[in-house]
Design a protein around this ligand. Structure first.
Ligand SMILES: [Zn+2]
Length: 133
């Protein structure tokens, strides 16, 4: 269905979808606990708004809009973050280990460091799962 506003013809269905999408993006970026589908849907817009920030590997939101969950490893206080706090609560072990491995491949100097980085994620996942009812 189309309506005419002056010399402009507007498709109502498309306009409704755009308004809905804009509301989802706005609500997601101003709240701290939006559901995963809304975070993922808003990620492309959020990455355009905050191009200088890297982002959560699971939902795609830049660190400007979500808090990172840090995985601490080693004895020297090293840490890394690949998912946000919201995603950390529900990310599957398979997905988290994939994100941790991807980060470790980029950052680890050798196989031992790779193992330490991935082992820290595995250990913290076990702690997380032990705390959940
Ligand atoms: Zn996330």
């Amino acid at each position: 269905m189309r309506i005419r506003i002056g010399s402009l013809t507007v498709n109502i269905t498309l306009l409704s979808a755009l308004v809905f999408y804009a509301i989802v993006c706005f609500a997601t970026l101003v709240t701290s606990d939006a559901p995963l589908w809304a975070r993922r849907a808003s990620a492309p817009v959020a990455q355009v708004i905050a191009p200088s920030f890297s982002h959560c590997e699971h939902c795609g939101l830049p660190w400007k809009f979500v808090d990172e969950h840090t995985i601490w490893y080693g004895d020297d206080g090293w840490g890394y973050f690949v998912v946000c706090e919201q995603c950390w609560r529900s990310v599957s072990r398979e997905d988290m280990m994939r994100y941790a491995s991807k980060w470790a491949i980029k950052k680890a100097g050798d196989l031992e460091e790779f193992t330490v980085i991935c082992g820290a994620a595995s250990y913290q996942l076990a702690q997380r799962d032990a705390q959940q009812p």
